[in-house]
Write a protein that binds this ligand. Structure first.
Ligand code: SAM
Length: 248
């Protein structure tokens, strides 16, 4: 049987595609990509011509068994997403699971990942952290998620897009308090890379004051609640929020 290579691609700077990623992408029979047009541009930049197969969240469940059949027949495949590490807030886990269940070797080609990059420059405690990915789009669900995290003592890590960054910051201030320290990492490895640090209140003001700070892609990191007082205050805040919901 062939191997399924799970290949990380750049989160902005094309120089971050590793030599081994290039080697694997050149060698496989086909490349499974979240968005084939997007990946075709990346491959064209490196002069790689390999057949592309669309594997995204809408067809992954249906197509996984066909892809596994190709792997079992001896083909080797690569899985990439639009940016960074596949499966990290990206499609792929169903395909990987199906391949593993069929006894296929699944091998990583590690590389860029936005939250790891952000954590590596944030200067927040990084021995223990919680990756929360994208917050729910609906305001009520988002607030509930944040309220449930208010007493969390590990560093919190969120993904956010430009559409919702202001709402997300406002909701974080409400859930964690404006004095809680945080870091907002924007456009990492790209031309307008910015890493803002300060209290959540300060970060929110900075983003509100400058529309350029609302553009692009974001990783928001929030320091965990202090083990003693912070956690109690957070728990009080959480209960208060629940009570307000209840009384509505
Ligand atoms: N698989 C990717 C990874 O390994 O990080 C994440 C894919 S997810 C669909 C896209 C989100 O990742 C963006 O909305 C943003 O929160 C974050 N992201 C991706 N590239 C980024 C960058 N260059 N700077 C900051 N955040 C980024």
């Amino acid at each position: 049987a062939g191997t399924l290579h799970v290949v990380a691609t750049p989160i902005g700077n094309l120089g971050d595609l590793s030599p081994r990623a290039l080697e694997v992408l050149r060698a496989v029979d086909a490349i499974c990509a979240e968005d084939t047009r997007h990946t075709r541009r990346l491959l064209a930049h490196f002069g790689i011509e390999r057949p592309l197969l669309a594997v995204h969240e809408h067809n992954e469940g249906d197509i996984a068994s066909k892809l596994v059949a190709r792997l079992l027949a001896g083909e080797s495949l690569a899985l990439v997403s639009d940016a960074g590490t596949p499966l990290v807030s990206d499609p792929g886990f169903r395909f990987v699971r199906a391949a593993r269940e069929a006894g296929i070797k699944v091998s990583p080609v590690p590389g860029p990942c936005a939250f790891v990059a952000a954590l590596s420059v944030a200067g927040l405690a990084s021995d223990r952290f919680v990756f929360e990915g994208f917050l729910p789009a609906k305001a009520s669900a988002r607030r509930e998620r944040l309220a449930s995290l208010a007493g969390e003592s590990r560093t919190l890590v969120f993904y956010e897009s430009s559409h919702r960054i202001e709402e997300a910051l406002a909701d974080c201030v409400a859930a964690f308090g404006s004095e809680r320290p945080g870091v907002l990492a924007r456009e990492l490895t790209k031309l307008f890379e910015t890493v803002l640090d300060g209290t959540l209140g300060e970060i929110r003001s900075a983003v509100e004051a400058d529309e350029n700070q609302r553009k692009g892609e974001f990783v928001l990191l929030v320091q965990g609640a202090g083990e003693d007082e912070d956690a109690k205050v957070a728990e009080g805040r959480r209960l208060y929020a629940r009570l307000c919901e209840y009384l509505k």
